[in-house]
Each structure stands twice: as C-alpha cells, then as structure tokens.
Design a binder for this molecule. Structure first.
Ligand SMILES: [Fe+2]
Ligand SMILES: [Fe+2]
Length: 328
C-alpha cells in the first residue's frame, strides 16, 4: 500500500538541538552571544540593522560638525565638539558589534561610500542656523532615545550592551539641545523666530525616524519575534510625541502640526498625517543633502588612507619584531 501522506501534510521537521537552544534563550529573555548558534536570518537581520545604525552615527556627525567653528561661545563649541565625538564613538561601538557577527569593517565602509548602505534619512537635511543644533539635540537625539532605550534589551548581547552606553550619552545630547532652544526662546524676537523656524523644519523628519507605519514595515514582525525590536514603529512614534508636547510647552515653541490634539479616550496625542512620499524620496537618495553627505564621507575615507597604511605597516613591524625575539 502506498502512503498518501505528502510532504506538506507531514509533521513539521524536528528542529536541531542548537535551534532549540536558541529558541530557549529567546524564551528565557536571555542574551544570544557571538559564540552561540543562530539562524542565518537572525544574523543577517542584525548585521543590516547594526551596520545601518553605525552608518547613521558616522554620517550624523556631519550636520553638526558644520557648526563647530561657528558656535556662538567657547562653552557651546566645547559642548558641541564633545557631542560630535560621542557620535563617532557610537559608530565605532556599533561597527564592532556588527563585526562579532562576521561582518567586516571594510565591507561595511565600502557599502556606505558606494551609496549601497542605508543610514537614517534625517541626516540628509541641512543645518542653516545655530538653532538647528538645538533642534537636532532635542528632536533627533530625543527620537533616537525613544528608539534605542528598548534596544538595550535586544536579544543579541553585544548590540544590547553597546546601546546601554549609547543611550546614556544620547540623553546628554538631548538635554544640551533642549537647553540651546530654551536659551534662544528666552532671547530676542529674532532668536525666538530662529528657534521656531528650526523646530518647524526638524519636527516631521524626526517623526519619520521611527520608520514607516506598522502596516508598511515588512521586517518588524520578525524582529519582534527575535526580540531585537520590542515595540512597533507607530508605538514608539506615539511615545515620542507624548513626550514632546509638554517639553514644547516649557520651551514655548509650537509643534508644526495643526491636527495635533489630545485624545481623551486613548489619553494620547493624536498626530496629523506624515508625508511618507518625502521619507521615501530622501531614503532613495533624493533628499536635500544626500550627495553632499556621501561625498564628504568618501573624501574623509580617502584622506585617512595614509593613517590606515601607516597603522598596518606598524603592525607588520611589531609582529616581525615579536617573531624575531621569539626565534632568538
Ligand atoms: Fe549617537
Ligand atoms: Fe546623539
């Protein structure tokens, strides 16, 4: 008698011991470490997310470094320099976290400078006024905190641990931005206008930093199952707006959304419609500063070539010396 059971109807294939261990670690809310077995999709998804995050930190230095030489006082210059250096550090921790998954620094850098890798679209907007240093800190670093605090509990150990330190520094960034805006708002009419103009320009792009709406975010569900992501894009965006409204009142700035209103039923602030066409345009490389940001990154990479060569030559000399000493 022939079997009528087709492969599709058979019981699901038993999973391997390693996969069971991986699932158990996730179930227990424990960390997956570089030595542990992991599904290829999990590894790839993390490399994509962590490298994009690293690129965002590195490209994110540019809009602000534009103002280091023009900061209005020595104190502001010192704070801004420290902040921009922090962002470089964030990029380096994150590249290192991606390297624990087998990605190489060269491949990640090549993908970025070839324009093949993504980074947060927010950094493709220009910074024409000093108030933009305030808006970036308050809104962009503020959005980054909402996004990143839950990542401290990401299931992949090196990523979660990197995020703990990054988040501490981001909260300093957010406060310094808030403080810049507060000072401007307590200044002359012209300074208040400059602060408001800047908030008007950064508010919507900051909301877009949480990514597309949940029903248009194909990777989110799997990332939640893998406990890389803990909350949906819309949930985090809502949390951010709820946090901003009282802070805007303290500053005395208006959030540029005429439809923003408090919903008594949900006890949340309902927001107006986000222009997702703009988001997709910027993401596709057609934002106001995409070409300039990438060119600057390419130039910096080329200018650093001699440093990399010198470091490699020194490392070769060092290991030759060690070998000589071992042989003698
Ligand atoms: Fe950062
Ligand atoms: Fe930051």
């Amino acid at each position: 008698m022939t079997s009528t059971i087709t492969p599709d109807m058979s019981v699901p294939a038993a999973i391997s011991v390693e996969e069971q261990q991986f699932n158990d670690l996730l179930e227990a809310d424990s960390r997956i470490e570089p030595r542990d077995w992991m599904p290829e999709g999990y590894r790839k998804s993390l490399v994509r997310q962590i490298s994009q995050h690293a690129h965002s930190e590195i490209i994110g230095m540019q809009p602000e470094s534009n103002w280091i030489t023009r900061a209005p006082s020595l104190k502001r210059k010192a704070i801004l320099m420290a902040k921009v250096q922090d962002e470089a550090g964030h990029g380096l921790y994150l590249y290192s976290a991606a390297q624990t998954l087998g990605a190489t620094r060269d491949d990640m850098t090549d993908a970025l400078i070839a324009g093949k890798a993504r980074y947060s679209s927010i950094f493709n907007y220009p910074t024409p006024s000093w108030a933009d240093m305030g808006s970036i800190g308050w809104l962009v670093d503020g959005a980054a905190i909402c996004n990143q605090v839950p990542l401290c509990r990401a299931s992949y150990g090196p990523y979660g641990r990197a995020m703990v330190r990054i988040c501490k520094e981001e909260s300093f960034h957010q406060r310094q931005g808030f403080e810049i805006l507060l000072e401007l708002m307590q200044g002359t009419d012209e300074q208040r206008q400059m602060a408001q103009d800047s908030v008007n320009r950064w508010y919507w792009p900051a909301l877009m930093m949480f990514g597309p709406p949940d029903d248009d975010s194909p990777n989110s569900a799997q990332s939640m199952v893998w406990k890389i992501k803990r909350h949906s894009n819309d949930e985090l965006r809502q949390r951010f707006v709820n946090m901003l409204v009282p802070q805007a009142a303290v500053l005395g700035v208006t959030l540029p959304d005429p439809d923003l209103h408090f919903n008594e039923e949900t006890q949340q602030w309902d927001l107006g419609v986000i222009d997702w066409t703009e988001f997709h345009e910027v993401l596709a490389g057609r934002g106001p500063n995409n070409a300039q940001r990438l060119q600057r990154r390419r130039d910096a990479h080329d200018e650093g070539q001699w440093v990399r060569e010198a470091a490699a030559a020194y490392a070769r000399k060092q290991s030759a010396r060690t070998e000589e000493m071992a042989a003698s």
